[in-house]
Design a protein around this ligand. Structure first.
Ligand code: AP5
Length: 217
């Protein structure tokens, strides 16, 4: 399965990507996670990405395309993969097609998760992530065992770009730069849109239906 997950910031891409990757035994490739790890490690990539991310802007195409190209060559991505947060611009989508064509492959499914704007803001502002295992919680919708700690015992952190003003800027950037990516996959006849409201389990069932499964969450 070669799948692209689309949707605005806070739509639930990461939440669904973790479930799908486990269920289908394919790696979740999240450019946001890769960039955050680079930031934490203080690498040159992390230092470059930091100012863009903190301002809610996209990291330049050539940087993220280089990351994804390299990741797609990893042995675990041979049977399939799930891209979360990439592509985010039409040039990124074109570069992805080019990179896969070199390997004789191509994207099979693009699923867009749709959620009303005010819900997106609330979801992002209330998000907490485990610094150890990466599990995603929401203080109201998927509450952790305690506001500070994950089930695994790791510390919960709030992302720097989840402050409300930065979230609203990320939503503007999504409208300007990322929305056209849906049209790109629609023109290729592989785009499916799903309603991202309801519980993560309900969204998961819609996701499996969109992928041609039997609606299992
Ligand atoms: P990235 O990390 O990709 O963030 P994003 O796309 O903005 O998406 P989010 O991670 O904010 O949300 P999500 O859709 O994954 O939602 P989640 O499942 O966490 O990118 C961050 C930055 O990195 C970018 O701004 C940019 O600077 C840079 N970057 C990354 N990729 C790039 C690229 N390709 N090109 C250029 N720059 C790039 O859910 C959100 C919350 O809602 C959670 O709390 C969750 O528990 C909750 N939730 C989930 N599902 C439900 C539900 N059904 N009901 C209620 N709550 C729910």
């Amino acid at each position: 399965m070669m799948l692209v997950l689309l949707g605005a910031p806070g739509a639930g891409k990461g939440t669904q990507a973790r479930r799908l990757a486990l269920r289908h035994g394919i790696p979740q490739i999240s450019t946001g996670d890769i960039l955050r790890e680079a930031r934490s490690a203080g690498t040159p990539l992390g230092l470059l990405a930091r100012s863009f991310m903190d301002a809610g802007q996209l990291v330049p195409d050539e940087v993220v395309v280089g990351i994804v190209r390299e990741r797609l060559h990893s042995p675990d991505a041979k049977p399939g993969f799930l891209l979360d947060g990439f592509p985010r611009t039409v040039p990124q989508a074109e570069a992805l097609d080019g990179a896969l064509a070199e390997q004789g492959r191509g994207i099979e499914h693009a699923v867009k998760i749709e959620v009303p704007k005010e819900d997106l803001v609330e979801r992002s502002v209330g998000r907490r992530t485990c610094a150890t295992c990466g599990r995603i919680y929401h203080l109201r919708y998927s509450p952790p065992p305690s506001p500070e700690a994950c089930e695994c015992g790791g510390a919960l952190v709030q992302r720097a770009d989840d402050q409300e003003d930065v979230v609203r800027e990320r939503l503007e950037v999504f409208e300007r730069q990322t929305r056209p990516v849906s049209a790109y996959y629609e023109a290729r006849g592989i785009l499916r849109r799903i309603d991202g409201s309801g519980t993560p389990e309900e969204v998961g069932r819609r996701m499996e239906e969109a992928l041609g499964g039997e609606g299992r969450a």
